[in-house]
Design a protein around this ligand. Structure first.
Ligand SMILES: Nc1ncnc2c1ncn2[C@@H]1O[C@H](COP(=O)(O)OP(=O)(O)OP(=O)(O)O)[C@@H](O)[C@H]1O
Ligand SMILES: [Mg+2]
Length: 248
């Protein structure tokens, strides 16, 4: 039986054609029991966006990120990611969605017992790449890109925080995802390492990847994004796009 698209899916299909939206939230709510993590949040993010999601602690920033990669389900509303309606996605489609997305966390989430190379290679192995040569070339290429090719054989606990986050960026990039999500990627780093990570994310964006970053970091906010979504107590209080931002 054919499932008819709901109205948001139709809207998004039209919007996707016009503005190449890759992420759409439509009246999304997420409740944990009595507590409201996000309430009636609607926005779209386009393919060519470097989007910043800002707001105080508890505003719902990480919840938005988790919803996009299906680390959480929503309580109501609709979410479309690269044309997939997350409410209608089937279990076998979840890995397909996740392959379109690379995720970077504040606390890196590297596997300490695997080398830097092994941490990054895991993504390709999980995606079914069998050729050891292809894995080697792709992993070494992204490690060089993020500036830690010489640490491929090291274990994460022997690296600085800035270096570990470079590994996490390499891991997010290696599968060539359409979207990179970064949840407070610079919050655990000193200003110099934070700048380096931010620069890497800008480089990834310049090569055509949609980037979504949550942050408290005023430095990052000053550098700006093409779209800035401000949340407070789970609600969206403003969304500023590049045209308005540049016109301020
Ligand atoms: N698993 C959970 N169970 C219960 N409540 C949760 C859960 N995850 C998040 N919340 C609540 O949802 C709200 C939003 O949390 P979220 O982690 O998205 O905020 P945040 O903006 O990322 O905050 P921070 O800047 O501190 O990381 C908070 O009030 C939080 O307590
Ligand atoms: Mg958070």
């Amino acid at each position: 039986m054919d499932i008819k698209p709901d109205k948001h899916e139709k809207m998004e299909t039209r919007a996707s054609r016009k503005k190449k939206s890759v992420i759409g939230f439509f009246n999304v709510c997420k409740f944990y029991g009595e507590s409201d993590a996000i309430v009636d949040v609607s926005f779209t993010i386009s393919k060519d966006d470097f989007a910043l999601i800002t707001g105080p602690s508890g505003a719902g920033k990480s919840t938005v990120i988790r919803i996009i990669y299906m680390g959480e389900t929503i309580s109501s509303g609709s979410v479309i990611v690269d044309g997939m309606n997350l409410l209608r996605i089937t279990r076998p489609q979840v890995p397909l969605l996740r392959r379109k997305i690379g995720v970077i966390f504040q606390d890196f989430k590297l596997i300490p017992s695997k080398t830097v190379f092994g941490n990054v290679a895991l993504v390709l192995e999980a995606a079914g790449v069998r050729s050891k040569n292809i894995i080697h070339d792709k992993v070494m290429s992204v490690l060089e890109t993020v500036g830690i090719g010489d640490r491929a054989a090291s274990y994460p606990p022997t690296l600085s925080g800035g270096e570990q986050q470079r590994v996490a960026v390499a891991r997010a990039m290696v599968g060539e995802p359409k979207i990179i999500l970064a949840d407070e990627p610079t919050a655990s780093l000193d200003p110099e390492a934070a700048d380096a990570i931010y620069q890497l994310l800008q480089d990834v964006h310049a090569r055509g990847t949609t980037v979504v970053v949550t942050t408290h970091d005023l430095n990052l906010l000053e550098k700006g994004g093409t779209r800035v979504i401000h949340l407070k107590s789970g609600r969206m209080v403003s969304i500023v796009n590049q045209d308005v931002w540049n016109g301020l």
